[in-house]
Design a binder for this molecule. Sequence first.
Ligand code: NDP
Ligand code: OXD
Length: 306
Amino acid sequence: MNITVCFDKLDPAPWVQALQAALPQARVSAWAPGAPQSDLAVVWAPPQQFIDEQPGLQALFNIGAGVDALLQLRLPATLKVVRLDDAGMSVQMAEYVCHAVIRHFREFDGYDADTLTGKWSYRKPRSRADFAVGVMGLGVLGERVAKALQAFDFPVNGYSRSPRQIDGVRCFAGQDQLSQFLQASRILVNLMPLTPETEDILCRATLSQLQRGGYLINVARGRHLVDEDLIALLDEGHLAGATLDVFRTEPLPAGHPFWQHPNITVTPHTAARTLREESVAQIVGKILALQRGEPIRGVVDPQRGY
Ligand code: NDP
Ligand code: OXD
């Protein structure tokens, strides 16, 4: 079995080494133009040339949860695309989102500002009941986030494409229930995949339905958000702030208004990092399962786009 590794802007060497150590019977190598044919590939945002030069591939293992970059390529219809299924990302995502929610709810930005001027000043306790959190996307990451928020007693709403049931979460599904979901939420967490259906979904029409003083946490993809609409709603006072981890262009260009906006916190696409050890273990487990003819989790449905 030949396995090739093809990454955009990431050194493949440690992955080649780790995969080779876990699969001594296979031949693992980093892809370069003109490389020999492989059976399987481990990829992150590979170029179209890679796909075109490797028509014998049976499966692509994506080293992230989101496959939007991959599905923009022309892929053979028979090629199986497999995404990471948690692999240590859900706990990181839960940490990130809970941190952002609690920082906003408890007004820690205000205390940070007071520290700078040596001011000792309490803020009035706020009621959790007034800060319902809506989690858009109840998949591997969204469900973990919803449960983590519940542990802090926030009211949690959830939104997905198909109906879901999660204990203690008020679940909404499908476009027909989107307005109800938004109107029931004050803090919105986006954890949907980027697909033609979800592109630009965080826009004036949706964000303005959040309760007044709303707060956005976008940890999915930058192309979900219409940047100008967010800025306008913040400046008009309908939204109180936003924590953004993902952007239309990454790195976020110098001079982009998000950098300077007083109510926006920017992080560099780091909410849930791919962990090499966990990811290699998961991918190797799936390769061996496929060899035994067993079903695996995380196979992408190209029609749904995730
Ligand atoms: P999953 O595929 O497990 O979950 C996706 C969820 O979104 C599902 O609940 C799905 O609904 C829902 N969904 C999809 N399309 C729609 C739609 N049109 N309307 C409503 N709901 C929809 O994905 P993960 O939880 O593993 O990952 C989610 C995303 O997080 C990734 O695609 C990626 O973009 C992002 N991500 C960001 C990271 C970061 O560091 N910032 C790190 C890792 C991932 P249903 O349940 O009905 O299928
Ligand atoms: C992912 C990401 O999709 O890191 O895994 O964004």
